[in-house]
Design a protein around this ligand. Structure first.
Ligand code: C5P
Length: 420
């Protein structure tokens, strides 16, 4: 069967689509069609009010899958238990997400199949809200959205526009292709939620501070010095520490990726702000410096620096930035028990990492080759060597998530199990 030349960008991805009861539910029929033509497997769950707007049969026909709506159906439960239904998906999509469904999700209610799945899932949920603008702007709804975001939920829309009720403003559900793009962006990252923190996991009871991303060092109000760090590796380390039960503070420079779920993220711009945020987050058991911190800053000009029109170009006076990793390592007894640095190298990766280990005084260096052609900078994979006083452990090329998980295992081993 042809798909009209659309790329199979979601090939093999499993999506659980929860359809709430709003007039925008008709757009979710088109969403299913768009997802299917991109190769996704879509399982649809409808709330009872959704069925007042669109027939379950329409979703069944378009998805080619059974539509689920009953928490207490013995037949459904035998065929595919609700826990399995919620765990099998790579991402849960809620479209339309009504004010009531958002409220139930934020409260953790489990009074029908849709809300139970949102509570039982171990994956992130992407909500596409649709409601009257007053309902959207109501402090109660905004509180619920903030709660859900803090729990790791993602949002697309709502958009401004004419509403079915005749008013104009924010509340229209995003168009199907916009939701498709948000799903693709969500799936490009780790969609797993951390295991409930409680007291389990090898890093339970530990506090880990992670730096990630680049820093931006302003030159004048419109220009800055930056680097190509995507933040993917640092964010993956923060997420993996959270999954291992740690309390995690992620201090992130300006990165174009979402905050990891279950992690307290502090957003900063410059190296000095990053250093300050790290100090403020102490005490910690572990510090992982994965950020590509700019070594130099400029004393920024108050106004935009003008063209010199043939005259000598303006000179930038550089000043050295604080070395956050060296500072953390230098704290000794008063600092984190374990200090881990990253080394992005383009030649003699291990030799340079050994030097860095000694120079910075840290316990571990994760060294990776970022020379042109490796695709490591900004990519999803990494080829890393763990360098310590005990020697070098070269890991196979793997995803940044796997590198993070190996590092967490090593951190847990060195700390000697959970703190509690
Ligand atoms: O000094 P260099 O950039 O080569 O070392 C990289 C390691 O040091 C990384 O772990 C990075 O996060 C950390 N670093 C830092 N503060 C700086 C420079 C680097 O924490 N100012």
């Amino acid at each position: 069967m042809g798909n009209g030349g659309v790329s199979e960008s979601l090939s093999g991805k499993r999506l659980l689509l929860i359809v709430g009861g709003g007039i925008a539910a008709y757009k979710s029929l088109d969403l299913v069609r768009r997802l299917k033509e991109r190769g996704a497997v879509v399982r649809v769950v409808m709330t009872s009010s959704a069925k007042k707007f669109v027939a379950a049969l329409s979703f069944a026909s378009l998805s080619g899958e059974k539509v689920y709506d009953d928490l207490f159906s013995p037949a459904d439960e035998q065929e595919m238990g609700h826990i399995q239904l919620s765990r099998e998906a790579d991402l849960v999509v809620v479209a339309p997400a009504t004010a009531h469904l958002l409220a139930r999700a934020a409260l953790g209610l489990a009074d029908d199949l849709a809300s139970t799945l949102l509570l039982a899932t171990d994956k992130r949920a992407l909500f596409a809200p649709a409601m009257n603008l007053r309902m959207w702007l109501h402090p109660a709804t905004q509180r619920n959205v903030a709660t859900l975001r803090a729990d790791g939920a993602l949002f697309v829309g709502p958009e401004d526009g004419d509403m079915a009720c005749g008013e104009y403003g924010p509340g229209r559900m995003s168009e199907p292709l916009t939701i498709v793009a948000a799903i693709e962006a969500a799936l490009a990252q780790d969609t797993r939620l951390p295991a409930p923190r409680a007291t389990r996991g090898p890093l339970a009871g530990r506090h880990v501070i992670v730096t990630s991303g680049p820093t931006h060092e302003p030159i004048d109000p419109v220009r800055y010095i930056a680097n190509r760090s995507s933040g993917k590796q640092g964010h993956a380390v923060a997420a993996a520490c959270a999954r291992a039960g740690a309390r995690v503070t992620l201090v992130s420079g300006p990165a174009q990726i979402a905050d990891p779920p279950g992690v307290e993220t502090v957003h900063v711009e410059t190296a000095r702000q990053m250093a300050q945020a790290v100090e403020a987050a102490l005490p910690a058991d572990v510090f992982v410096g994965a950020a590509a911190v700019a070594d130099w800053r400029v004393e920024p000009a108050a106004d935009k620096i003008k063209k010199t029109n043939g005259g000598p170009p303006p000179a930038l006076a550089l000043a050295e930035n604080p070395d956050i990793l060296a500072r953390m390592a230098g704290r000794g007894e008063n600092g984190p028990a374990l200090v881990v640095g990253f080394a992005a190298e383009t030649s003699d990766v291990i030799g340079n990492a050994r030097d860095k280990l000694a120079r910075k005084g840290c316990d571990l260096i994760v060294a990776n080759d970022v020379s042109a052609g490796t695709g490591v900078f900004g990519g999803d994979d990494n080829e890393a060597h763990l360098v310590s006083a005990q020697g070098v452990d070269s890991w196979p090329r793997s995803s940044k998530t796997e590198v993070a998980e190996r590092l967490v295992a090593e951190i847990a081993r060195r700390l000697g199990g959970g703190a509690s």
